[in-house]
Write a protein of this length. Structure first.
Length: 617
C-alpha cells in the first residue's frame, strides 16, 4: 500500500520538472541571438511505478528529470564542416586570382599589349623616318618599357607570394591555437560530465571552434565514451575526443594536441627559380615544441597533399601552384669517386627538355630516394640528362642510383609560380628571336662592326652589370636563355647609351637607308609563333585566358559553396537554433504544467488538513 503522502511526492516531481523546463526555456530565450548556441531541452521520463499490492497492481510515481541536453544533429555538423573546407579553399584562390588578374590586366596605357603596340609603332617610325637617332631611341625606349613591365609584374607577383606565405603561417598558427583551446575545453567537459551532468555550453564552445577549424583545413572528429578499466560495462561519464586534419594528421587527442609549425627554407634550399627567399615548409610537432628548439625533431607535413583542404590548401595552391611541372627524374649514375659527388639524372617530361620552361634554381634543394641533399650547380646535356653537383655538407648519406629524384613539389594548380614561369618562357623565346636578328645585322653607320644584341638581363638586381651575349648563349652549357627572368629582364645598356648602334641593315653592302634587319624584326613580331602557338604580341591573351578561367572557376565555386553554407546552416539552425515563437509556446505550456503541479500540492494540502486536523477520534 502506498504512503498517505505519496501523491505529494508525485506532485513535487511534476513541480521540479516544470521548474527545470521553465528555467531551460528562459535560458534558450536569453541566448536566442547568441552565435553557436544550441537549443536545450529537458529530458524527462516517467518514474518507475510502485507495486501497491492492490487489484490495480502498480501506481505511477511521478516524473524523473534526467538531464538538460542540447538539441543538435551531428549529420548537419558534418555537412556544414565539409562545405566550409571547400569554401575556404576556393575563397582564397578566388581572392588571389583576382589580384593576379589585376597585375596582368592591360589598362590601355601601361599594360603589355599597349606597350607592345607602341614599341612596334616606333619600330615602323625608324623605318619611315630615315633612321634618325631620335626614332631609334624611341624604339629602344619602347622596348625598355616592355622589360620594365615584366620587372614590375614579377615584383608584384613575388610580393603576392610573400603575402600568401605570411598568411600560411597565420593559418598554421590559428590551427595550433584552436587545437590548444579544444584540448583545454575537453578537460573541462570531462571534469563536469564525470559528475553526471552535461556540459552543454562548453560543448557549444567546442563546436564553434571546430566550425572555425573546418574552414582552415579539412577535419574529421570522433568522440568515444571512456569506460572503467576495472568494470568494462561502466561508463565513467568522460569521453575521448579526437580531431584529425588534412587527411590523417591527429591534431587533438582529448587533452593532448599537436602543433603545426612553419619553418623558413634556407637561402640555399630553394626549390623554384622564381620563388622568394624564406618560403615556409610546414612541420608537425608536439605541444612542447617552442621556437628555437631543434627542428630535426619535427616530422614533415605533406604540403603537396590533395587532402589538406580549407584555406590552407587554397593558399598553398596559390603560393606553390606550378601546374604540376616540377623537376622529376631517375638517378642513373652516382659518381662517388669524385669530390664533390656528382649525380646524373635522366628525365622524361618534355618541359624538362626545354630550357625556356626551366624553373630549376642554380643551386638549391634536391630529393633523391628518401633523402634530402643540396646541390651547388647543375649541368644539362641538351637532351634528357642533368648532372647535379652535390654539396659536401649535406652528404650525411650517399645518394643511391635508380632512385626517384625531385626538386620541389608537384602542385597541379596554376598559381604564382606558374604565371612567373609563363613570363619567363615568353621572355626567353622572345629575347632569343630578337637577338638572333640583331646580331646578324649591322648599324647604319658601320660597314664592319656586327650588330649589338638588344635584350639581356641584370646579373644582380643590386648592380648594373648585365649578361653578355656569350653568357646568354653559351653553347657548351645548353641552357639557352635560362638566366633571363622577368625580374632581371632589361635592354642592352650599350644601346640605351648609343641608339645609333642599333642593327638596322641586313646587307653590309647596302647604304644607310637600308632597313632589311628591321624588316626581319617586324616580320618576326607579326608572324613568328614564339609562345604557345601565338605571336609575340599575343602573350597577354594567352596568359590572361589562364587567369581569367581560374578566376571564373573559383568565383563560381565560391558563390556555390557560399549559398550551400547558408542553406546547410539554416537546416542546422532549424534543428538546433532557438525559435522565439516556439519558446513562447513552451513558456505557456511549462507555466501551465507548473501551475497544475502547484494546484495539485494545494489540493493535497487541503486533504491532509482535513485528514489530520479535522478527522477526530
Amino acid at each position: 500500500m502506498t504512503s498517505t503522502f505519496f501523491g505529494l511526492n508525485i506532485a513535487a516531481s511534476g513541480l521540479r520538472a516544470a521548474n527545470a523546463a521553465l528555467n531551460t526555456t528562459a535560458n534558450n530565450i536569453s541566448n536566442a541571438n547568441t552565435s553557436g548556441y544550441s537549443r536545450q531541452e529537458v529530458k524527462q521520463e516517467a518514474s518507475d511505478a510502485i507495486r501497491v499490492f492492490a487489484k490495480y497492481g502498480c501506481a505511477g510515481a511521478g516524473v524523473d528529470t534526467l538531464a538538460i541536453e542540447r538539441v543538435r544533429d551531428s549529420f548537419y555538423d558534418v555537412k556544414f564542416r565539409n562545405n566550409e573546407q571547400l569554401l575556404g579553399n576556393v575563397s582564397q584562390k578566388n581572392y588571389y586570382n583576382k589580384l593576379i588578374e589585376q597585375y596582368l590586366d592591360d589598362n590601355g596605357t601601361t599594360g603589355f599589349s599597349s606597350l607592345f603596340n607602341k614599341m612596334t609603332a616606333s619600330l615602323q617610325s625608324v623605318m619611315t623616318a630615315a633612321g634618325t637617332t631620335e626614332s631609334k631611341s624611341t624604339f629602344i625606349s619602347g622596348m625598355q618599357s616592355i622589360t620594365e613591365y615584366f620587372n614590375n609584374a614579377y615584383n608584384n607577383l613575388q610580393g603576392a607570394q610573400a603575402d600568401v606565405n605570411a598568411e600560411i603561417k597565420l593559418c598554421a598558427d590559428r590551427i595550433t591555437a584552436i587545437a590548444q583551446e579544444v584540448a583545454s575545453i575537453n578537460k573541462q567537459i570531462n571534469v563536469i560530465e564525470m559528475t553526471g551532468t552535461t556540459a552543454n555550453e562548453l560543448r557549444d564552445k567546442r563546436d564553434v571552434l571546430i566550425d572555425d577549424l573546418s574552414k582552415l583545413v579539412s577535419i574529421e572528429t570522433k568522440e568515444t565514451p571512456i569506460v572503467d578499466d576495472t568494470q568494462p560495462d561502466r561508463k565513467t561519464g568522460a569521453t575521448r575526443f579526437q580531431i584529425w586534419v588534412a587527411g590523417g594528421y591527429e591534431l587533438v587527442d582529448t587533452y593532448e594536441y599537436r602543433k603545426m609549425i612553419c619553418v623558413s627554407r634556407s637561402s640555399d634550399g630553394s626549390m623554384n627559380q622564381n620563388d622568394i627567399d624564406g618560403l615556409y615548409d610546414i612541420k608537425w610537432g608536439s605541444a612542447s615544441y617552442k621556437d628555437g628548439d631543434n627542428i630535426a625533431e619535427l616530422s614533415d607535413f605533406a604540403i603537396d597533399s590533395k587532402l589538406i583542404g580549407g584555406e590552407l590548401q587554397g593558399l598553398l595552391a596559390i603560393r606553390d601552384g606550378n601546374n604540376g611541372q616540377n623537376f622529376t627524374g631517375e638517378c642513373t649514375i652516382v659518381d662517388n669517386e669524385s669530390r664533390p659527388v656528382k649525380v646524373t639524372v635522366k628525365v622524361t617530361d618534355k618541359h624538362l627538355m626545354d630550357m625556356t620552361k626551366c624553373t630549376i634554381p642554380e643551386q638549391g634543394a634536391i630529393h633523391i630516394g628518401d633523402a634530402d641533399f643540396k646541390y651547388d650547380k647543375w649541368e644539362y646535356d641538351g637532351n634528357d640528362t642533368y648532372t647535379f653537383t652535390i654539396d659536401n655538407d649535406t652528404l650525411k648519406s650517399m645518394p643511391e642510383a635508380h632512385r626517384v629524384v625531385s626538386i620541389g613539389k608537384s602542385n597541379d594548380y596554376q598559381g604564382i609560380p606558374y604565371y612567373l614561369s609563363q613570363m619567363n618562357e615568353w621572355i626567353r623565346q622572345f629575347s632569343s628571336a630578337v637577338n638572333d636578328i640583331m646580331t646578324n645585322g649591322y648599324p647604319a653607320d658601320s660597314d664592319e662592326t656586327p650588330g649589338q644584341f638588344l635584350l639581356t638581363g641584370e646579373v644582380d638586381t643590386n648592380s648594373s652589370a648585365q649578361y653578355s651575349f656569350d653568357q646568354l648563349t653559351k653553347k657548351s652549357e645548353n641552357k639557352g636563355y635560362y638566366k633571363l627572368r622577368a625580374g632581371n629582364f632589361s635592354v642592352n645598356s650599350v644601346l640605351l647609351a648609343d641608339a645609333s648602334r642599333l642593327s638596322t641593315r641586313a646587307d653590309i653592302t647596302e647604304g644607310e637607308s637600308e632597313f632589311g634587319n628591321l624588316t626581319k624584326l617586324k616580320d618576326m613580331f607579326n608572324t613568328a609563333k614564339i609562345f604557345r602557338g601565338a605571336t609575340s604580341g599575343e602573350f597577354l591573351t594567352k596568359v590572361l585566358a589562364d587567369v581569367a578561367l581560374n578566376t571564373s572557376n573559383s568565383g563560381t565555386l565560391e558563390k556555390t559553396y557560399d549559398a550551400l553554407e547558408t542553406t546547410i546552416n539554416n537546416q542546422r539552425l532549424s534543428d538546433s537554433g532557438v525559435d522565439e515563437d516556439e519558446e513562447a509556446s513552451n513558456l505557456v505550456k511549462f507555466q501551465n504544467a507548473y501551475n497544475l503541479s502547484s494546484k495539485m500540492i494545494q489540493t493535497l494540502t487541503e486533504i491532509y488538513d482535513r485528514l489530520i486536523l479535522q478527522t477526530g477520534v
